[in-house]
Design a protein around this ligand. Structure first.
Ligand code: ATP
Length: 294
C-alpha cells in the first residue's frame, strides 16, 4: 500500500512567549495558519522492518535524525507493532527549512496520518497528536491544521474559524535562524511587548478576520534582527498588505493580501531582491491525502 500526502507548511499569525516552564521549555500563545505551500510525502509499505527515508533536497537528513523517521518510530512503539513494519518515506521538499514554517513538523504529521491508514490503526486525531508531540511541539498543529490556537509548548491545540479568501506572499531570506539562538534572544529581552492575544481570538471567533489579521504580531521580531525582514515588511505594507510579520522564530516573513493581484505584484517586486519568494493561500487542513494505491 502506498499513500501520497500533502504536508502543508504553517505561518504564525500571532506568536507570543508567555513564560518558561519548570522543565525549561517555553510556554507559547500562538495562532497558526496552514498554507498551501508544502511538501509532498509518499509513504509505502515495504517488506521487512526498516524505516527508510529519501528526500529530493540535499541537506535534509535521511536517517534516524529525520522527523519523519522519528514519527514512524514513535507510531510503531505506541501501536506495539514490532513485525512487518517496513516503510519507505519519500519527501518531495518544497517548504524552505530553518524558516519557521514547520516544514519538518508537517512531514512528520503527514507520516502519522499515512501510517494510521496503512496499518489500519484508526486512531483518532487526538491520539496522533499525542504521538506527534513526543517528536515535535508543532506536530499537533500540523495534524489538526487550518486556523488554530496553540498553547503550552504546542501540545494544546484549539481549532478556530478558518481564515479564508486571502493571498499570502512568503519570503525566505538567504539566512536561516537557529531556533535555539532565537529563544535565547527572546529570554534576554528586558521589556517584551506582548501582542494583543485575546483581542485576536475575539475577532476570529466573531468572524471579523480582517481586524484579527491587523493584530498579526511575533515577539521574536523584538529579539532578533533577521537580514531582509524590515525590507520585506516595507514592500508588503507599501503594496497594501493587511498584515506582514515574521513566522515562528524566523527567518521567513509573510504578507497577507485581500486581492490576488496585489500579492502577485508584491511577489514580483520582492523577486528583484530575494530568491525564495512564494505565493500561496490559507488552507483548511494541515495534511491532505492525495492518493492511495493498494
Ligand atoms: P520550525 O518552523 O518548526 O521552526 P524550521 O523552519 O526550523 O521549522 P524544519 O523544516 O522543520 O525548519 O527543519 C529544521 C531542521 O530539522 C533542518 O535543518 C533539518 O536538518 C532537520 N530536519 C529533520 N527532518 C526534517 C524534514 N523532514 N524536513 C526538513 N528538515 C528536517
Amino acid at each position: 500500500m502506498k499513500l501520497t500526502v500533502k504536508a502543508n507548511a504553517k505561518i504564525n499569525l500571532l506568536l507570543d512567549v508567555t513564560g518558561i516552564k519548570k522543565n525549561g521549555y517555553h510556554s507559547l500563545f500562538t495562532v497558526m495558519q496552514s498554507i498551501s505551500l508544502g511538501d509532498t510525502v509518499t509513504v509505502e509499505k515495504t517488506n521487512g522492518n526498516d524505516i527508510t527515508v529519501s528526500c529530493t533536497v540535499p541537506g535534509v537528513p535521511t536517517d534516524s535524525r529525520n522527523i519523519v523517521y522519528k514519527c514512524a518510530d514513535k507510531f510503531f512503539q505506541y501501536a506495539g507493532i514490532t513485525e512487518n513494519k517496513g516503510v519507505h518515506i519519500h519527501i518531495d521538499k518544497v517548504t524552505p527549512f530553518c524558516a519557521g514554517m514547520g516544514g519538518g513538523s508537517a512531514d512528520g504529521a503527514a507520516v502519522l496520518v499515512a501510517l494510521n491508514k496503512i496499518f489500519n490503526t484508526n486512531y483518532l486525531e487526538k491520539i496522533l497528536c499525542r504521538i506527534g508531540v513526543k517528536v515535535g511541539a508543532d506536530i499537533p498543529f500540523c495534524i489538526v491544521g487550518g486556523t488554530a490556537l496553540a498553547l503550552d509548548t504546542g501540545a494544546v491545540v484549539a481549532p478556530l474559524p478558518d481564515v479564508e479568501g486571502y493571498s499570502i506572499v512568503v519570503v525566505k531570506p538567504e539566512d536561516g535562524v537557529s531556533t535555539k539562538e532565537a529563544y535565547e534572544a527572546v529570554d534576554a529581552l528586558e521589556n517584551m511587548k506582548h501582542p494583543k492575544n485575546q483581542e485576536m481570538l475575539e475577532y476570529l471567533a466573531d468572524g471579523d478576520t480582517e481586524n484579527a489579521l491587523k493584530l498579526c504580531s511575533n515577539v521574536f521580531e523584538q529579539a532578533l534582527e533577521v537580514p531582509g525582514r524590515v525590507d520585506i515588511k516595507n514592500i508588503c505594507n507599501n503594496n497594501g498588505a493587511v498584515a506582514s510579520c515574521m513566522t515562528g522564530s524566523g527567518s521567513a516573513v509573510y504578507g497577507i493580501f485581500k486581492e490576488k493581484a496585489q500579492a502577485e505584484k508584491t511577489a514580483e517586486e520582492l523577486k528583484t531582491k530575494f530568491t525564495n519568494v512564494f505565493i500561496c493561500t490559507p488552507e483548511k487542513t494541515g495534511v491532505e491525502i492525495i492518493s492511495i494505491t493498494e
